[in-house]
Design a protein around this ligand. Structure first.
Ligand SMILES: NC(=O)c1ccc[n+]([C@@H]2O[C@H](COP(=O)([O-])OP(=O)(O)OC[C@H]3O[C@@H](n4cnc5c(N)ncnc54)[C@H](O)[C@@H]3O)[C@@H](O)[C@H]2O)c1
Ligand SMILES: [Zn+2]
Length: 364
């Protein structure tokens, strides 16, 4: 059997790692287009200018808010007119995915500087493309992973804690989705089966969250970096990225994609929707109740959604929920990597049951 795993070329993490930006970027190019999330543009412009000075020439451009084709075209056009030889993405998952897609179109190297540990987008060879209105559109699978991922944990610790928790929700899916792909011998994001390395990393991701998740959240609430925070940032960013890409995706992410059909969930972050996708998946795939209890307890302890109301879907009708279930079961979705029968009806049943279980536990 041929297995395949893919990795970013270089991963740098630590408190004040941003000071290494110029040195690290100068390995990749001389002139960079730096795409920055608009919310943090003012905060990061001076940092980027200071820590690249004398090493790399930089042009800064704001990200427009959605990773869609029009937005990618905007950055391609700027990069072309400035004749840059490197693309840098600074921000959350959407800015990062836009930077990766832009670099891919231009066949340039890409460096990623996540400013929140909210998803496992930084390390992957994938951009998730949406419509300008924010509906999930397609996965753009890229031929290579980022050339550099540089994570400054002090920056992550300064950001609102909800992003770190959301990243834990995304990372929580990694082991369960990879495990099901391993059982089913399903394809990972490369279209081949993952090696044991990927499944081990995915499992380490899960163990790290369970062991250090609560303490990492506490540190982030104090805006400080501790060893637990360092571990969870690495789990959210590197372990989860390697684990999902080379292990494979399954139901939790398909259910997330289904939720994007329901406008009420738009104000919730990717990892928050994925976390409820995990709870649903555990019921859908008939996991032992001890596992279900452990994952519910973890979500409750760190503050991830455990009911539909937590995702803005209080009182949602079964008919509307069925729309999300149908979307989760679209042709080609990763939900078919599950080693069990999948229908929109079975997904709806699992969604309703996960919600009821979340409510039941609150009444104990
Ligand atoms: N490509 C992949 O492998 C992959 C994996 C997982 C998720 N994704 C994608 O990532 C996206 C979700 O990413 P996200 O949840 O990071 O959303 P996002 O990029 O929209 O960022 C969330 C919010 O955080 C703000 N922000 C960023 N840095 C900040 C900081 N330091 N302080 C305060 N606010 C800050 C942004 O302005 C934004 O409002 C989705 O599009 C999802 O599909 C991609
Ligand atoms: Zn995800």
């Amino acid at each position: 059997m041929i297995t395949t795993a893919i990795f970013p070329s270089r991963y740098v993490q630590g408190s004040n790692a941003i000071k290494l930006l110029g040195e690290e970027l100068s390995r990749l190019g001389r002139k960079a287009l730096v795409i920055i999330d608009p919310v943090i543009f003012g905060q990061f412009q001076p940092l980027i200018e200071e820590f690249t000075a004398g090493k790399v020439e930089v042009y800064l451009q704001g990200f427009g808010g959605e990773c869609c084709d029009g937005e990618i075209d905007k950055h391609i056009s700027t990069a072309t007119s400035y004749q840059v030889d490197l693309i840098v993405g600074v921000g959350g998952g959407k800015t990062i995915d836009t930077a990766k897609a832009t670099a891919h179109q231009l066949k340039l190297p890409v460096a990623i500087v996540p400013t929140i540990a909210s998803t496992d987008a930084p390390c992957s060879a994938l951009s998730v493309i949406y419509t300008p209105e924010g509906l999930w559109e397609r996965y753009l699978v890229l031929p290579r992973n980022p050339d550099l991922v540089l994570v400054d944990t002090s920056i992550i610790a300064q950001a609102p804690v909800r992003f770190l928790v959301s990243g834990m929700g995304d990372a929580l899916a990694t082991w369960f989705e990879a495990e099901d792909c391993q059982i089913k011998r399903a394809k990972n994001m490369t279209g081949r089966m993952g090696p044991i390395t990927a499944f081990s990393l995915a499992h380490l991701c899960y163990e790290t969250l369970l062991e250090y998740g609560v303490h990492a959240k506490t540190a982030c609430e104090q805006n400080v970096v501790t060893p637990a925070l360092e571990r969870v940032v690495e789990a959210n960013t590197l372990l989860s990225g390697l684990g999902f890409e080379s292990g494979g995706l399954a139901a939790a992410h398909a259910i997330h994609n289904g939720f994007t059909m329901l406008a009420e969930t738009k104000k919730f972050w990717h990892g928050e929707k994925v976390a409820f996708g995990v709870l649903t998946m555990l019921i859908l795939t008939d996991r032992p109740s001890a596992v279900i209890d452990r994952v519910f307890s973890f979500c409750e302890a760190v503050g991830l959604p455990t009911t539909l109301a937590d995702l803005g879907l209080e009182g949602v009708s079964r008919d509307r929920l069925f729309l999300a279930a149908q979307q989760a079961c679209s042709a080609g979705e990763t939900i078919y990597n599950e080693p069990c029968e999948i229908t929109p009806e079975s997904v709806l049943a699992a969604l309703c049951t996960a919600d009821a279980e979340g409510k039941r536990r609150r009444q104990l």
